[in-house]
Design a protein. Structure first.
Length: 300
């Protein structure tokens, strides 16, 4: 048992450098700083904190259930901790990168976080093409919601609300797909929540550069966690030999002659056979090869 057991338990709802906003069990929010030099708390963490005056000190971070993060060549970037699920938001326009989509799904799969995709802007003419690009994801068992957050807000809410209810959902999506529209649709007082926190952190300018926790309403049961966009999505935390295990379609066909098959050049490879038969999409297999190469390159 930790020596901080007697302290209040709080939820990190925003982090910015060494400044954190911690929400106590009574819903009160407090600006906190970590004790000492290290500041390794992330949004979604449960922390033990002590109030001192109108600020607080984070004494300990409780063990995490999971952590969603990416690891690029030079740095590790944590998205959030203790998540129930990931919602990847893509849109008919701008055309989404399948590589980014796949990478975020692999990160969630390897962290043990359930996931779904939402395709937005289905009021636009390119919908059929986007739907086709998402067919392999449906085929591997993922839920793919179709919404038009702006064109049909009520219908979109009805589609997403049951899945989001009573869960802590992390929302990832490239810029311009409708993330702000989603947050404003689902979260009752989104602007107020951001405003209040920015004021506390004195960082009005940074509202979109850090991860933000939203409760959808006063009952504080359902949360959406929004994060700023990013360019790179490295997966260097994953051992190259394990990559295929986090891709359900490859995993399903990884019935190979060699136990340590990389599914690239070996004879008797079930994955390559499935690609040839059209059971694994060519684009997913190509993306697998690209990521694998990245992961193998780090070995030197
Ligand atoms: N046609 C159509 N456009 C939509 C829909 N939902 C959102 N948009 C538009 O898409 C654009 C981007 O929406 P935002 O919600 O600002 O997207 P975002 O993902 O927050 O973008 P960033 O702020 O760049 O991260 C806006 O011009 C919206 O009006 C929709 O259902 N249909
Ligand atoms: Zn193989």
């Amino acid at each position: 048992m930790s020596k901080f057991q007697a302290l209040d338990l709080g939820l990190v709802v925003r982090g910015h450098g060494r400044h954190y906003i911690v929400e106590g069990s009574d819903g009160q929010r407090l600006v906190c700083h970590p004790r000492g030099k290290k500041s390794d708390a992330v949004v979604g963490d449960q922390v033990r904190f002590a109030e001192s005056g109108d600020e607080g000190v984070i004494e300990a971070v409780e063990p995490r259930r999971n952590l969603l993060f990416r690891q690029d060549e030079w740095k590790t970037k944590s998205f959030a901790a203790n998540l129930d699920q990931l919602l990847v938001l893509v849109a008919v326009e701008p055309v989404f990168s399948e590589s980014q989509l796949t990478r975020s799904l692999i990160a969630a799969e390897s962290a043990g976080i359930r996931m779904a995709i939402a395709l937005n802007k289905t009021d636009l003419p390119g919908t059929e093409a986007a739907r086709e690009r998402l067919a392999p994801y449906r085929a591997m068992g993922l839920t793919v919601f179709e919404v038009a957050l702006k064109a049909d807000p009520e219908g979109s809410r009805a589609t997403l609300a049951p899945w989001l209810a009573a869960q802590r959902s992390f929302v990832l999506g490239p810029s311009g797909t409708g993330k702000s529209t989603l947050i404003n649709l689902i979260v009752q007082d989104a602007q107020a929540q951001v405003g209040e926190i920015s004021q506390a952190l004195n960082s009005g300018r940074h509202t979109t550069t850090t991860t933000q926790w939203y409760w959808t309403d006063d009952t504080r049961q359902t949360a959406l966690i929004d994060s700023p966009g990013f360019q790179e999505f490295g997966l260097r935390q994953i051992p190259a030999a394990d990559l295929w295990r986090y891709m359900p379609d490859l995993r399903e066909h990884a019935d190979c002659r060699f136990a340590n098959c990389t599914h690239i050049h070996e004879p008797g490879c079930g994955v390559r056979t499935a690609v040839d038969q059209g059971l694994i999409s060519a684009s997913r297999y190509r993306i697998y090869g690209e990521i694998l190469e990245e992961l193998q390159r780090k070995a030197w």
